[in-house]
Design a protein around this ligand. Structure first.
Ligand code: NAD
Length: 372
């Protein structure tokens, strides 16, 4: 069983899909690991650390030669996989709803694409879920970045020169990223409020010491929602939400938006008119900017200033915490493959529940139900 890991090639991607820790763990299962030279540099992992952990460090083509499994953060182009075994598995993120051509190319080349974004949200798959591990770090980074852009302080300070008011932070979308954003903003001393369409989040917001702000007159999603995910809301709900947000947002200094709907563009939560109602110097961090954005006018990796309000958001937030993001991502991949490791066969054998959920291509075809 040869597992190969290439240096990430997407612009701005500094994570890596394997760490010396997971090299050792895979080796203990009986696998041979090959890592492309420089693959960990941007995540502060030198080639030497991989060698010491027992990996072979080689050029990309040499590392991939004869590989049964290739691991990636963002799935490599098919051309980079030349020399891998026929039918080799590639476990990575594929952004499958938006990367149809890449998925087709994997099918055509006969590789088995395993999309980590399609990991089901079931208890036993929690430790394999890259969306959770990366969103958690992204929620933290969003608050720190917004705090940095904000020309005032977060905590209340009573000084000899007078009092500095605590910042008011509003978090929209309380999934994994939103919960971490609330916790981070609280730790920095801000006054925090938050909203979501799923009623189950109300208690979670309160348990972090923040104030829930919810649409009351139109029903949202009772409980967790299907598989923990939200759906697109009715026009009536959207209207009620817009009214609620309009009255709340004008009093906020920082807004962090994190709302996503799987397979759909991110819902629009903040309009230009609502931005205009905020105080100059306020900051909005749009964590959904790469999925179309929750905020009107947001643009990935740019600071857009509208009505004196700074609107920011990264195309890839987790890459700004490359070392921790890589460590968690690599563990997610190890937890996934090791859970299915068959010692007799010396390789992982996936079950139907998880295998069929994550598998995009097999035997030359696109096989994912969510795509076909
Ligand atoms: P996500 O990234 O899909 O969405 C972020 C949040 O935005 C969600 O809370 C969603 O309800 C909210 N949202 C969507 N549309 C909105 C709108 N119009 N207005 C306001 N908010 C809106 O979600 P996520 O962070 O991946 O997690 C969602 C849930 O799934 C959480 O409860 C989480 O604990 C659970 N989860 C479970 C597992 C597991 O059991 N393996 C793994 C991951 C997540």
């Amino acid at each position: 069983m040869r597992i190969a890991v290439l240096k990430e090639r997407a612009p701005g991607e500094s994570r890596v899909a394997i760490t010396p820790e997971t090299v050792k763990k895979f080796t203990a299962l009986g696998a041979t690991i090959a890592v492309e030279e420089g693959a960990g540099h941007a995540a502060s992992i030198p080639d030497e650390a991989y060698r010491e952990a027992g990996a072979e460090v080689a050029t990309g083509p040499k590392a991939v030669e004869g590989a049964d499994i290739v691991l990636g953060v963002q799935a490599p182009d098919v051309a980079a996989l030349a020399g891998a075994k026929p039918g080799a598995w590639v476990a990575a993120t594929f952004d499958p709803f938006r990367n149809g051509e890449l998925v087709e190319a994997y099918a055509k080349a006969g590789f088995e694409a395993l999309s980590m974004e399609f990991m089901p949200r079931i208890t036993r798959a929690q430790s394999m879920d890259v969306l959770s591990s990366q969103s958690n770090l992204a929620g933290y980074k969003a608050v720190l970045t917004a705090a940095n852009e904000y020309g005032r302080a977060f905590p209340m300070m009573m000084t000899a020169a007078g009092t500095v008011q605590a910042a008011k932070v509003f978090v929209m979308g309380v999934g994994v990223a939103g919960l971490q954003a609330i916790a981070t903003a609280k730790r920095l001393g801000a006054q925090v409020s938050a909203t979501d369409v799923r009623s189950a989040t109300k208690e979670q917001i309160q348990s972090l010491g923040a104030k829930p702000v919810f649409v009351e007159e139109v029903a949202g999603i009772e409980g967790e929602g299907s598989g923990g995910y939200a759906a697109e809301m009715s026009e009536e709900y959207q209207k009620a939400q817009a009214e609620l947000v309009s009255s709340h947002i004008a009093k906020q200094d920082i807004v962090i938006t994190t709302a996503l709907i799987p397979g759909r563009p991110a819902p629009r939560l903040i309009s230009d008119a609502q931005i205009a109602s905020m105080k100059p110097g306020s900051v909005i961090f749009d964590l959904a900017v790469a999925q179309g954005g929750n905020v009107e006018g947001s643009s990935p990796d740019e600071t857009v200033v509208k009505h004196g309000v700074k609107i920011i958001g990264f195309s890839n937030t987790a890459t700004h915490l490359a070392a921790d993001a890589s460590a968690l991502f690599a563990r997610n991949l190890f937890n996934f493959l090791s859970a299915f490791w068959d010692n007799e066969a010396g390789k992982p054998i996936l079950d139907d529940e998880i295998g069929n959920a994550v598998r995009l291509t097999q035997g030359g075809k696109v096989v994912s139900e969510r795509l076909t």
